[in-house]
Design a protein around this ligand. Structure first.
Ligand SMILES: *[C@@H]1O[C@H](CO)[C@@H](O)[C@H](O)[C@H]1NC(C)=O
Ligand SMILES: *[C@@H]1O[C@H](CO)[C@@H](O)[C@H](O)[C@H]1NC(C)=O
Ligand SMILES: *[C@@H]1O[C@H](CO)[C@@H](O)[C@H](O)[C@H]1NC(C)=O
Ligand SMILES: *[C@@H]1O[C@H](CO)[C@@H](O)[C@H](O)[C@H]1NC(C)=O
Ligand SMILES: *[C@@H]1O[C@H](CO)[C@@H](O)[C@H](O)[C@H]1NC(C)=O
Length: 249
């Protein structure tokens, strides 16, 4: 098996670029080859890692959910640091869910049969929340919507301009997203996040607000904001903890 992997490495060349634009080298130790998706791709063993290592973890994934609003500075900071690092290091052991709504509120308007949303950071934030909502719905695979949300959170500027640029940068079809944002479906999806948020997050709680396997405590919140990778690794009880866990435990 290792010889086969070796020749694949030679075939594929020894490094590729990950999403952040940094070159990823194939490590010499085969034990590390399934460490992250970028490493596996650099080693040319994505398929083998999927079958023999990553799939074994899916039943035991830790549920981690982030209640946030799109323009809050602490939310953006949390997503582009802790969440992004965890996504890159330990994606296979976590079921990561974004709930873009936060401290918004909604009013149902019978005349239009639509919900109207009011956001802490104004109408731009409501629009960006809706774009996130529709990106998640249009691209439910975390590997597609996470890089998009990361890009939007990392980029300041006019909401729609940033969204179009980010969709392009991470190869999502913005037309598909905007069809949703301008439709009743988008309005309903945003409403569903409102309901979910109101059910889970106390109205006075700050955002980002997180749950770990459905639980929220001050300790979970603090650890998520200081060392999310360690928190997820400690909570994960399944087989083959990823190499991303070893650094922090
Ligand atoms: C992981 O899955 C593969 C393929 O289904 C199986 O052969 C292997 O025994 C599993 N390993 C563990 C540790 O469960
Ligand atoms: C992942 O989380 C979502 C939302 O919390 C849930 O609907 C889904 O069933 C979870 N998937 C797994 C495999 O736990
Ligand atoms: C998109 O990619 C280009 C080229 O890599 C970069 O200059 C630009 O800043 C990126 N835009 C966003 C919004 O990330
Ligand atoms: C994760 O969420 C799914 C769906 O709600 C649930 O079935 C599963 O048991 C949860 N996993 C854990 C470890 O709590
Ligand atoms: C979540 O809460 C349940 C019930 O209170 C508890 O049994 C479980 O251990 C908690 N899980 C975590 C990760 O704190």
């Amino acid at each position: 098996m290792h010889t086969l992997f070796r020749s694949l490495v030679v075939l594929y060349g020894c490094f590729i670029w990950n999403i952040a634009g940094l070159p990823v080298n194939c490590p010499s130790s085969p034990a590390e080859w399934c460490g992250t998706r970028a490493i596996a791709a650099a080693c040319g063993v994505t398929e083998q890692c999927t079958t023999f290592v990553w799939n074994n973890r899916t039943n035991d994934r830790v549920n981690f959910t982030i209640y946030y609003e799109s323009l809050c500075a602490d939310c953006r900071q949390f997503t582009i640091t802790q969440v992004w690092f965890a996504y890159q290091a330990v994606a296979d052991i976590v079921n990561l869910t974004f709930v873009p709504y936060g401290n918004a509120h909604e009013v149902y308007r019978p005349e239009t049969q639509l919900y109207q949303f009011y956001c802490q950071h104004g109408p731009d934030e409501c629009y960006a929340n809706l774009i996130h909502t529709c990106a998640i719905a249009s691209y439910p695979d975390i590997r597609q919507h996470m890089p998009f949300i990361y890009c939007m959170d990392a980029t300041f500027g006019d909401v729609e301009t940033v969204a179009i640029q980010c969709a392009k940068n991470v190869s999502l079809d913005y037309e598909k997203i905007s069809t949703c944002t301008s439709s009743r479906v988008g309005n309903q999806l945003q409403h569903a996040y409102a309901v979910q948020t109101e059910k889970t997050k106390p109205t006075t709680a700050f955002v980002p607000f997180v749950t770990l396997n459905g639980n929220h405590t001050d300790e979970i919140q603090d650890r998520a904001q200081t060392d999310l990778i360690a928190l997820l690794c400690e909570t994960y009880k399944g087989p083959n903890p990823p190499s991303g866990c070893k650094k922090t435990t």
